[in-house]
Design a protein around this ligand. Structure first.
Ligand code: CA
Length: 223
């Protein structure tokens, strides 16, 4: 999961980065509004954490411009102002959540996780397809031509995650967080085992879709 942190107070920024990394997030920290806006345009972030009082361009402007550019990435606004009017203004401009300073860093992490859960809930279709492969998420069946095979609950969750982002690299950390949960102690070899099950099942039904290994990065579902 990738987080963009736009915060000019170095000490606070470092603290948040440290905590996010501990929770297995990738974080990019930038220190002014202009850089924040430019970085925010990229669609590689799952969440943006945005301070209001920033050099070069304030957070409200950054928020407004990102939404004008149709960037839909969830945004949590941080503000020292902490007044109701600022909160309303932030939410009005398209923020998804608001946190008043000073806050406990754990509170921010909890808000980020809540936003991510909301985001993934949206991808919840029962029939998913790619190439010659169909996955029925309600019957846990992988289907190709006339052949089909059942998958387990975990395999199903892994598949759904891959099918939502075909041809994109999915890291092992992402899979741990999304499938096993933030607080799990699942390890890379747990994932490797499930990936090998899935590969065997894809082969069994004769699909041209496969899960390839991207060395040093993770996996990719491809036709
Ligand atoms: Ca600031």
């Amino acid at each position: 999961m990738n987080v963009l942190l736009i915060e000019d107070e170095i000490e606070l920024s470092d603290g948040i980065v440290h905590l996010l990394k501990k929770s297995k997030f990738n974080v990019d920290a930038v220190y002014d509004g202009e850089q924040g806006y430019l970085s925010g345009l990229s669609d590689r972030y799952d969440v943006i954490v945005l301070d209001i009082m920033l050099p070069k361009m304030n957070g409200f402007e950054v928020l407004k411009k990102l939404r004008e550019e149709k960037v839909t990435t969830p945004i949590i606004v941080l503000s020292a102002l902490g007044q109701t009017s600022d909160k309303v203004r932030g939410l009005d401009l398209g923020a998804d959540d608001y946190l008043a300073k000073p806050f406990q860093p754990e509170e921010l992490i909890a808000r980020i996780k809540a936003l991510l859960r909301r985001k993934t809930d949206v991808i919840n279709e029962d029939i998913l397809t790619i190439g010659d492969l169909t996955f029925n998420a309600s019957s846990y069946e992988l289907i190709c031509n006339n052949k089909s095979i059942k998958v387990s609950l975990k395999e199903s969750e892994i598949l759904k995650y891959f099918l939502a982002r075909p041809n994109f690299v999915v890291t092992k950390d992402e899979l741990i967080i999304k499938v096993w949960g933030y607080d799990s102690d699942a390890e890379y070899n747990n994932i490797e085992v499930y990936i090998s099950f899935l590969r065997k099942k894809l082969q069994f039904i004769g699909s041209t879709v496969s899960i390839s290994t991207v060395r040093g990065a993770g996996y990719r579902l491809e036709e």
